[in-house]
Design a protein around this ligand. Structure first.
Ligand code: G3I
Length: 319
């Protein structure tokens, strides 16, 4: 078959998947798909703070270095995920980040060590992840409590200082269409950008539920255009479409349509340069592990065979 990667190259589109270290090293079918079907890898878990800095100042680069080397050998780009998040934190942060000064020191050091280490091999980062609630207010986390809302622009500034050439993204879920959360996010990011904060792009995760009747391709396309008009790049960063809530023989078709529609919205938006799915095959998916074995949210089944959704986006890229 014609790989997605080959087809996406013609559209100047990065087609990506999140990648897990263990699966990459141990599952040969997974490695084969990872290296042939995709032109971008997002580090699914190994770059989160608990994995990267398990003890203060003891950076653990081994796994991500290996992944980066394999990616480079196959001419695959890497998306660094994630520098700043309220989750996946090592225990020591709770003890050490006690006030604004200590939290800023810790966060700056974390960001700048990683961005510097991967200068030349990682050109795109999710700098800040999931900072907003659905109602548009900022989520409580240790960085907000100690530093305040400034932790967001500061994170971008620190990353930019370490590598002025890197593409720096804000990344969140539930922000694929206009709503309270996405409007608050875009307003704040736009204001910071106008003040000169180096925010290059907005990642819309796109964790979809096939049973969600509010889905609208037109509203997604409109929203992508709003992001572009505000001067940002757009990326689909974590797409999957879970099926467990849909009691319907048509589930596979609906899933395929969702993938096709989002791909189409991305292709129709000049500023959308990346379409990334959150996992390759259903047997290595957070939905399977954390929600339901009936979720089956990805492009390949548990035997690493392409599903209808795969063929549908393949056709979308062809024509
Ligand atoms: O690998 C260990 C295993 O050795 C251990 O026995 C087992 C017991 O809990 O845990 C395994 O690690 C789990 C890991 O996923 C690998 O499956 C962690 O507990 C679990 O917390 C971790 O969950 C990840 C989650 O983020 C939290 O960091 C998911 O894989 C990952 O897909 C998910 O990704 C997030 C994005 O980063 C941000 N956007 C939402 C997205 C989905 O939640």
């Amino acid at each position: 078959r014609q790989s997605l990667r080959k087809l996406a190259d013609n559209d100047d589109l990065r087609i990506g998947s999140s990648i897990r270290y263990d699966a990459l090293m141990e599952d040969t079918a997974y490695q084969e798909l990872a290296t042939t079907e995709f032109s971008s890898w997002t580090i699914e878990n190994e770059m989160k703070m608990d994995a990267m800095q398990p003890e203060e100042n003891a950076f653990n680069y081994v796994k991500v270095d290996e992944m980066t080397e394999m990616a480079q050998a196959h001419d695959i780009a890497i998306r660094g995920h994630v520098l700043v998040w309220g989750e996946a934190l090592p225990a020591w942060v709770q003890e050490q980040a006690v006030d604004r000064v200590s939290a800023e020191r810790i966060l700056k050091s974390h960001i700048q060590n990683i961005v510097t280490h991967y200068k030349g091999s990682i050109d795109t980062f999710d700098v800040v992840n999931e900072a907003y609630h659905d109602n548009g207010t900022l989520r409580d986390n240790i960085w907000l409590r100690t530093i305040g809302p400034d932790y967001i622009p500061l994170a971008f500034q620190w990353a930019h200082e370490a590598n002025p050439d890197a593409n720096l993204y804000y990344n969140d879920f539930g922000t694929e269409m206009s709503n309270k959360k996405s409007e608050a996010m875009l307003e704040a990011l736009s204001a910071w950008k106008e003040e000169g904060v180096p925010i290059d792009g907005i990642g819309t995760q796109m964790h979809l539920d096939a049973a969600d009747t509010r889905f609208s391709k037109d509203r997604i396309a409109e929203w992508f255009q709003r992001i572009e008009d505000a001067g940002f790049q757009v990326a689909v960063t974590e797409m999957d479409v879970k099926l467990q809530n849909l009691n319907n023989g048509d589930a596979k078709n609906i899933q395929a349509e969702r993938y096709r529609d989002v791909m189409e919205a991305c292709l129709d938006t000049a500023a959308c340069g990346e379409f990334t799915v959150w996992g390759i095959s259903d047997n290595h998916s957070w939905i399977t592990e954390q929600e339901s074995a009936d979720g089956k949210p990805l492009l390949f089944n548990e035997n690493s065979q392409p599903k209808k959704a795969y063929h549908t986006i393949q056709r979308k890229l062809l024509f």
